[in-house]
Design a protein around this ligand. Sequence first.
Ligand SMILES: Nc1ncnc2c1ncn2[C@@H]1O[C@H](COP(=O)(O)OP(=O)(O)OP(=O)(O)O)[C@@H](O)[C@H]1O
Ligand SMILES: [Mg+2]
Length: 401
Amino acid sequence: MDEIKEIENTGAEEEKPPSTNLHPLRSWKVAVIGNVKGETALPLDCPADAGAEFDKKETIQDIQSAIESDGHTTVFIPADANLPFALAHIRPDICFNIAEGIYGDAREAQIPSVLELLRIPYTASRVLTNAISLDKTMTKRIWRDKGLPTAAFQEFVTGFEPIQNDLAFPMFVKPACEGTGMGMDASSLVYDELSLRTRVKWVIENYRQPALVEEFLPGREFTVAVMGRADATRFSRRPDFYDTDGFHRFPLLEVDSSSSVTPGIYGHVAKTLHTGDLGVPQFICPANVEEPLASNLQDLAISAHNAINALDVSRVDIRLDKNNMPRLMEINTLPGLTRGFSDLCVIAEAENWNYRDIILEILYLGASRFGLVAPNDNSIKGIPVQIPELIQIQRAQKNSR
Ligand SMILES: Nc1ncnc2c1ncn2[C@@H]1O[C@H](COP(=O)(O)OP(=O)(O)OP(=O)(O)O)[C@@H](O)[C@H]1O
Ligand SMILES: [Mg+2]
């Protein structure tokens, strides 16, 4: 077996007592699982922008510091083929999953499926949801089936399919299963059949996956952070934070790409730029949005999240169509968590959340699904509620010792 690489984090940023009335059963050993830029090996024949979604080492360390500041220990485990061995060796109580995965048609579901197999608790969405959300066409089919608004679309597998009658130019062409704007730039916007077929062919050949073609949405663009669950108030460190449906409505973030490097499109290059860089889009948070549009956008994002059974956290991208009606573009069930940079962090920080709060909220909501925290309303504080899933995990762990 290759040597397993671990980054033990020694630098908890500051000593803080647990800021919660929740009672973890004990301090947990938390494994942060992710793919680090430059460290995760990529296939030789991958597209030029492959790995763009991977995290920087500093993000992993920031997450570890946030978790350690609440009294837990952490270890980083790279999301690669050594993962099962590392898990067997480290035996974490819970995994904080931010892994993008590497191969196959459902790479973002790889780590959750390994963790399900080994019966190890983990944060955020489960296997099926992460597989679906990676595939924008599948996601849109589900949304359409549920009556949620999304632009008319067609998937091209060979590139030679006849164009559906319900689609009108201009259209937008993108890889069906990528993120961070990969495969998206000014040439994604097509006005005629020849340029559509050329771009579709390029996507299929370069990314080795179907091309998703949608009607172009010319209106304002928003990204909406979703956090919560129907029973979030029972388990959150900040129960007052959630509305009666168990979800928090964060301020909206508007992305104004009108004078960006790719005007009108928040594509790959624009997504790599930082505030102050030439050609960076304008990020407005809280966005200036009147009612009822503001509430519509927030409710739509929550419906989109629930439609695919997403759990605890996500980020939903929405654009207005030519009639100024919101249309769902895509959902990120593993939203980026780079401090001060990723949209979710920027949005939460606009509401005076600090980074630690964001990370611990995701951790506690995840842990609560596996009975690792006593609910706020437990009359005997500190006594865990034994849910069947936890009992099974404990049995499985005993058996493997
Ligand atoms: N149908 C469309 N009409 C207009 N613009 C679109 C459309 N689809 C995508 N875009 C533009 O391309 C950008 C990237 O698209 P999308 O959100 O689907 O990709 P992504 O790479 O998964 O994004 P993320 O980085 O959020 O994961 C959008 O933010 C938007 O600016
Ligand atoms: Mg997006």
